[in-house]
Design a protein. Structure first.
Length: 199
């Protein structure tokens, strides 16, 4: 058991959550750090999303963390077009309907609140393209699911398209510093404790 290793990564915008390039110009996790050959990402972030990604060779962690039965909270910092009112976000708190693979999906109730622009996030490259005369704002969104592009679909469903999406934490697990491309190794005992998983 002593050879189990755990890495926290701030996945940059545009980087694939995998080690294999699909096109020569693609950036992958292999460009960030020389990871052990048996390490793989637990879950994923889309190429156009950023933030916390967990990599490990602990095969048991995948089910413990990703099985919907376990309902771990994942928190995202989300920049959206427009300025939502508190009432506009109520459907997300109650459970909003989105489409997953052309089928309607009722999301679990989520936690969401409007926040000031975070001052601890790295600059995104390339920068977000803003539309003139359309204000933007930030929300903090926590949910217990991980459907494909779920956060983007949830925000679009209430009329606020996502401009920037950063996964900040999973339960109490987060990077010590929000820095694009950052890699930190963490002890298994500490990781399990922060994820609130019984080892």
């Amino acid at each position: 058991m002593s050879d189990l290793r755990y890495f926290l990564v701030y996945k940059p915008f545009g980087c694939l959550s995998q080690f294999t390039r699909e096109m020569p110009e693609h950036q992958t996790l292999a460009d960030l750090f020389h990871f052990p050959s048996d390490v793989y990402p637990v879950g994923r972030l889309d190429a156009d999303s950023e933030g916390l990604l967990l990599l490990t060779n602990d095969k048991t962690l995948n089910d413990k963390l990703l099985n919907p039965v376990n309902k771990h909270w994942r928190t995202y910092l989300v920049q959206v077009e427009g300025v939502p009112s508190t009432s506009a976000l109520v459907p997300i708190e109650k459970g909003v309907k989105i489409k997953i693979r052309k089928k309607e999906h009722l999301c679990l109730p989520a936690k969401i609140n409007i926040i000031p622009e975070p001052d601890n996030l790295p600059e995104r490259f390339p920068p977000v393209r803003f539309r003139q005369n359309i204000p933007t704002s930030w929300v903090k969104l926590s949910l217990q699911e991980g459907k494909n592009r779920q956060v983007r679909k949830m925000m679009a469903a209430v009329g606020f398209p996502v401009l920037r999406l950063v996964r900040f934490s999973i339960e109490n697990l987060h990077l010590t510093k929000q820095e694009s491309g950052r890699v930190e190794e963490i002890k298994g005992s500490e990781l399990y404790k922060k994820l609130k998983i019984l080892n």
